[in-house]
Design a protein. Structure first.
Length: 210
């Protein structure tokens, strides 16, 4: 049985401004840095056999704060990056809906095979990438405890994978910045131990995916 603890990165100014980040490399803001330190303090007493993080700056900064607390350096893994949103990256959701009404409407309704213009990534493509990465890590660390710092869109897909929930269905769970999510990979399959635990934070992070 493999236990995997997944952390969403701390808050960025683009989170606070409702701006779509996707694959763009945006740093944490002061709130996000504080959230990362608080998450590190929360995990300081736990043992992890392996530590992975998305290589985007907001995830790396979160991972670095946690690494200081737990004494384990993270491995950079681009397969845990956020979904690529193409032309929508850098726009607020209001701007995206105004400038690309039809294309963005497909994103909002979670059209699984919609590829955002400008070298974007469909939900189906993103799900395949995330699923392969998660299965690879679980197989490489059988019987161990693994920590992963990643993004809201990745966590959205992880939750659905574990629950057998369709990627195109409306989301019925939260994904707070710097929230703690724990899943288990056992011979009988995947299960969730806890989700969106933000009790270590002074205030719950914004629950959105960009």
């Amino acid at each position: 049985m493999t236990r995997i603890c997944l952390i969403r990165h701390g808050e960025t100014d683009w989170n606070a401004g409702d701006r779509i980040q996707g694959s763009m490399d945006i740093p944490l803001n002061d709130v996000g840095l504080a959230q990362a330190r608080a998450t590190g303090a929360r995990l300081a007493g736990e043992h992890f056999d392996a530590f992975y993080t998305s290589d985007l700056t907001r995830a790396r900064q979160t991972a670095d704060a946690i690494a200081t607390a737990i004494g384990l350096a993270p491995i950079l893994d681009p397969e845990f990056r956020e979904r690529r949103y193409g032309v929508f990256e850098g726009l607020t959701r209001t701007e995206a809906s105004q400038q690309y009404p039809q294309e963005y409407a497909a994103i909002v309704r979670r059209d699984a095979d919609c590829v955002p213009p400008g070298k974007g990534e469909s939900l189906t493509q993103h799900s395949s990438r995330v699923t392969a990465a998660l299965q690879r890590v679980a197989a490489a660390h059988l019987g161990s405890s693994v920590l992963i710092v990643t993004h809201g869109g990745v966590l959205d897909l992880v939750n659905r994978l574990v629950r057998g929930w369709p990627v195109q269905a409306a989301r019925d769970f939260t994904i707070p910045n710097a929230g703690i999510n724990r899943i288990v990979c056992a011979p009988a399959g995947w299960s969730i131990e806890c989700w969106a635990d933000s009790s270590h934070l002074a205030a719950v992070g914004r629950d959105e995916l960009r």
